[in-house]
Design a protein around this ligand. Structure first.
Ligand SMILES: [Zn+2]
Length: 110
């Protein structure tokens, strides 16, 4: 399943898929650690690699209605979080095109 070519990251701290450790992002790309996912704490990232998008859906969140896609690890298909496609409230627009990785669903890769 998925792509055979994967991007390898370098950074202070590298975060990978919770299942197969495929690199997803680094600590340099964290915009906020104060988010909540389905499984608890989640981080907002500026950039995430090695993921494929699920179907778009509108989801009602604490901060209002957003269009999102679930993001799947491109190697094993595990859902690691979601990407914001559209925020309906002006104050939430900064999240558009940004990624959520749930802390329970990724791991630090050393
Ligand atoms: Zn994976």
């Amino acid at each position: 399943m998925g792509l055979t070519y994967r991007i390898y990251l370098s950074g202070n701290r590298i975060f990978g898929c919770g299942k197969c450790k495929t690199h997803l992002s680094t600590s340099e790309h964290i915009m906020s650690k104060d988010f909540h996912g389905k499984t608890g704490r989640a981080y907002l990232f500026e950039d995430v690699v090695n993921v494929t998008d699920g179907p778009q859906e509108n989801r009602e969140m604490r901060t209002g209605l957003h269009t999102v896609v679930d993001i799947h690890c491109c190697h094993c298909g595990f859902v690691v979080g979601w990407k914001y496609i559209k925020a309906f409230a002006d104050r939430e627009k900064y999240k558009e095109g940004k990624y959520i990785l749930e802390k329970m669903l990724f791991q630090e890769v050393v």
